[in-house]
Ligand binder design. Structure first.
Ligand code: HEC
Ligand code: HEC
Length: 267
């Protein structure tokens, strides 16, 4: 504490207090000032306009102007925001070139841009909406509910995706992908929109509660260790070696450090 005398500290504290006070005023103002509905309307229509611009640049070559469809891609009227969120969020769309099945890949769009395109497509015709996180959040399920999710997955999904969600080939050269990296939201959306060969699972067949149990089951399958050592994200022995280094050597350094300090104190 030789470096910070109390006087110095109090001098430094003044600007910090001022900053805190300003932040407090700002957040109180943000909470108190009412967001008028006309403002919300312009926000929504500017979101649609921004989405339209992105769509015309990246999607209309295949899906047509106004999403009416071409020989290269289907009409998007009525597919809904959820379908766009799924297709762009999993990186399937925009498709690089016409092919039998668009693979999932890292998306090059931000969440905001995806929401804009989704709002635009939803403005063409009503369709399934993007779910709120409480709809698909599967945390806090009981062991009983997770077991039920496993049963539901077995009956409805495992024929194509394999019982552990590892995916598999389908007739006609297409495939059901592995579900090991799919986000909870995209799992929920896939059930409701049924991409490509996958059937639509409506709320009458798979209720929202069933869906959460299925998502919970898939999450437990992912975190379960498999036979040959830890999966560590399934990247293979390289990561396993790397972790050995980080954890092992890191641990040794910590122990050495502790011993040295203990020795110094004893002296
Ligand atoms: C190279 C052509 C091509 C481009 C570019 C393209 N798509 Fe597609 N899109 C397709 C084809 C073909 C399908 C149908 C096959 C499939 O689902 O894999 C499809 C399917 C879709 C679907 C699912 C439709 C349904 O019936 O459920 C959505 C949503 C979609 N595209 C959105 C987009 C968006 C948004 C973009 C731009 C960011 C885009 N696509 C760019 C060719 C394309
Ligand atoms: C008839 C076979 C079939 C059944 C049954 C089926 N799926 Fe699928 N599923 C597919 C195919 C095919 C795709 C890939 C679609 C595409 O690429 O556009 C897919 C894609 C998915 C994806 C997207 C994964 C990714 O790549 O990000 C999820 C999640 C998913 N399915 C979950 C489920 C769940 C949950 C069930 C059961 C409620 C189910 N599926 C039942 C065939 C099936």
């Amino acid at each position: 504490m030789r470096f910070l005398s109390t006087r110095r500290r109090s001098r430094a504290a003044k600007p910090i207090m001022l900053l805190l006070a300003l932040m407090l005023v700002g957040s109180v103002y943000a909470v108190v000032s009412p967001a008028t509905s006309s403002q919300a309307d312009t926000n929504a229509s500017s979101q649609v306009a921004a989405g339209k611009a992105i769509f015309e640049q990246n999607c209309s070559s295949c899906h047509g102007l106004g999403g009416a469809g071409t020989t290269q891609g289907p009409s998007l009227a009525g597919v809904g925001a959820a379908s766009v969120d799924f297709q762009m969020g999993t990186g399937r769309m925009p498709m690089a070139r016409p092919e039998a099945q668009a693979p999932s890949k890292p998306t090059k769009f931000t969440d905001e841009e995806i929401a804009q395109v989704a709002a635009y497509v939803a403005s063409l015709a009503p369709g399934p909406q993007v779910p709120s996180s409480s709809t698909y959040n599967a945390s806090g399920l009981t062991a009983e509910q997770l077991a039920r999710g496993g049963e539901l997955f077995k009956t409805n999904c495992s024929a194509c995706h394999n019982i552990e969600g590892r995916g598999g080939a389908l007739p006609g050269g297409s495939y059901a992908p592995s579900l090991s990296k799919t986000s909870d939201k995209h799992i929920y959306e896939a059930m409701r929109i049924g991409p490509q060969q996958m059937p639509v699972f409506s709320k009458g067949v798979v209720t929202d509660e069933d869906a959460r149990e299925i998502i919970g089951y898939l999450n437990t399958v992912r975190t379960q260790p498999n036979d040959g050592g830890l999966a560590l994200g399934g990247i293979g022995p390289v990561t396993e070696g790397l972790w050995g280094w980080i954890v092992g050597i890191g641990g040794l350094i910590l122990v050495a450090h502790w011993l040295a300090r203990k020795g110094a104190r004893a002296r």
